[in-house]
Design a protein. Sequence first.
Length: 264
Amino acid sequence: MKKIVAKTLQEAITQASLELGCSVTELDYEIIQTPSKGFFGMGKKDAIIVATLLKTHPENPPLTASQTIQTPAPTIENEPKPSSQSSLQTHSLDIGNSSIDAVFFKDTPDPAKIAQEIQNELVALFAFMPYRIDKIEVSVYDSQTLLIILDGQDSALLIGEKGYRYKALSYLLFNWIHPKYGYNIRLEIAQFLKNQEEAMDVYLKNIITNVYETGKAQTKPLDGVLAYIALKKLREIFPNKYVSFRTNALNERYIIVSDFIRNE
């Protein structure tokens, strides 16, 4: 049992699912206190819930005296001794029933079924949130990645200023999906990721040219999702270069590309 305190009920439910390591559909929770904004900040109250896991497998009741299973006493009968040939057949190995089959022929999870399961849980999750998101789709992007597409009237609210909410939501989804299913995620909200990648491709052309000509380069300060998109693309293009974040005097992040320092 977990007591969760958050600003909204949606945040409390989401936090409870993360702490208990389950989806929101597997939660059983009781609302102790509903949130209130108060009046000009006075009397403000947070949401408080007490959450537990749903009990999906009820325990079997103990057997009563009348239900006690009685086993008959074994009887001993004189049987003819088997021949040597039948004895060999009796003690031969039954390969078909071997536990080896369970190890080597164990069914692997179907990626399409995993994607559908995650999609169903996301639909249930967003049903608790005050966002109008009409499109929730999950599909297989590649052998290691699932594509999550969200779209609707409130897509901009999910993205947030400079993509900060997008980054936070992507982080939460990854920390739920990767430990449980072993997949990375590619989150697309109203083509936000696609537009950011296209804009970064245009900007990085001069950076890439400088690296080829001088062996090193430095980007301008980058915010939010753009910084991670640029870092990923530059590392893919220059796998033998040192590509990393740096911070300037204004605490702004930029990326440098240079040669690795070798100790000789």
